[in-house]
Design a protein around this ligand. Sequence first.
Ligand SMILES: Cc1ncc(COP(=O)(O)O)c(C=O)c1O
Length: 390
Amino acid sequence: MAGAITLGEIQFNLAKKYFRDFINERRGRIEKLLKPEKTPVLLMDIEGVKKKYLKVKYNFAEFNVYYAVKANDDDRVIKALVEVGSGFEVASSEELNKVLNLGGKVEKIISSNPVKPPEFIDYAYSVGVRTFAVDSFTEVEKIKKIAPRSKVYVRIAVPNEGSDWPLSRKFGVDTDTALEILEYANNSGLIPYGITFHVGSQCNNLRNWFIAVKLSAELWEKARAKGLKLQMLNMGGGLPVRYNYEALSIEDIAYYVKGLMRKYFPVQPYELQIEPGRGIVGDQGLMITRVIGKATRGGENWIYIDTGVFNGLAEALGGIRYPFYIEREGKLKEWTIGGISCDSMDVIAKNVFLPEPKIGDSLYILSTGAYTTVYASNFNGFPKPEVVPF
Ligand SMILES: Cc1ncc(COP(=O)(O)O)c(C=O)c1O
């Protein structure tokens, strides 16, 4: 009888299939880029980013889509998204300028970071941004002073369970406080425009959207009873991509969310917004790194590669589990993947099953289009991955 398939084989076969699919879907465009002279590089599929935006837009047809620039701020990515008509969510003057310089229209720019530096509010207001998120009374005071008569939308706290990159602890308020903030904004001469939430980045739990929409509907009704006529519901980001496990599809999430809207918002808000980052760029990037060392320590097999958590793979520290692939056959071994720097925190992944690599082999890391280059530093003098658009 043939032996049972091992966990390692399942993991490696999934990474291999994902790698092959990635190449096959881009046949004729990517082959010549797969053996770069210098690594690390991040191959970014710019056509793929456009297609992904259009897929989100098609499935969330009633929504205005604002790409969260923080996920990947490469000029070619932004320009491509301008070309297909995307809006943008920005948090800093740098992000704002970048979008404007690349042709983005100020009417299609929002800022959903609930705590903003005053200089940024000032600059955004001066170029015409009029919509800002808040989740505290002090933020309302700041906006009243610096950006009078702007529209504000309040961020509520919602469950982030099952999201690989939770965001809720730092931001968001309960619905009672949210109502007080909206009233305070109204009394401050601002326009209480709507509600926002974030279900957590890389969200694979539909229940988070369920609770979030339900809480939003309750707050909407409470606001109406107080004479505040809200107009907009912003559902933040959270759309997941495939890492070393399958993710919920955009189609399924859109279908579910639209069902929730019909149930809890019989009268649809005047404007619906989403601001995905990872869901648009995450699976359009392939990082190519090189194996620079191998070791066995206390029975643990180590591979060292020429990038690390400080140079592009920061999310590995917080629960993102990338698929890794090398083009070799042979018996699988369990590896810990160490980064290039001298810091012992610089460990990219544990329990990764791969055939034995040789020094100099390319190690491919899939789904590296989001939150990689934007987090990267030159720590220890090592370069950030060069972005190669195709
Ligand atoms: C306010 C806001 N909107 C949108 C996003 C994008 O989220 P995601 O990449 O999960 O789509 C983030 C991520 O941190 C965020 O903070």
